[in-house]
Design a binder for this molecule. Sequence first.
Ligand code: ZN
Length: 144
Amino acid sequence: MAGINEETKKNLVAAALIAMERAYFPYSKFPVGAALLTEDGSIITGGNVENASYGGTICAERSAIVRAIAEGHRKFKGIVVATNSLKPASPCGICRQFLFEFGDFPVILISGKSDEVTTTSVKDLLPGGFGPQSLADFAAEGNV
Ligand SMILES: [Zn+2]
């Protein structure tokens, strides 16, 4: 993870794995944990929280972002997402959009089963995404 030292990376991975164990996933049986590194160096975790209505389910990545925002964080340096599948799982479309709102930073995907790691970034996951700059550009055109 660019700009993040190995010790912090290890801490993020460990935190993501713990968050994965704490996730609530009675329906999919697919646990996911996320550990978000904030600008000030804090680590904020989240797990997927499923719901009997299914539509009320929230993914680990969004869970971590929501928690971070509630705790006063707005800028992020990276996120580790852990699953228990053999291959690291990639964030869903909604999570890609959710992450895009907060800029471009490394996204590290890890398998808690095989230790396989995939490193990518928010912008690589959502090229051409619609975000805050899109609205700022619209306003700059005199539309708002
Ligand atoms: Zn998701």
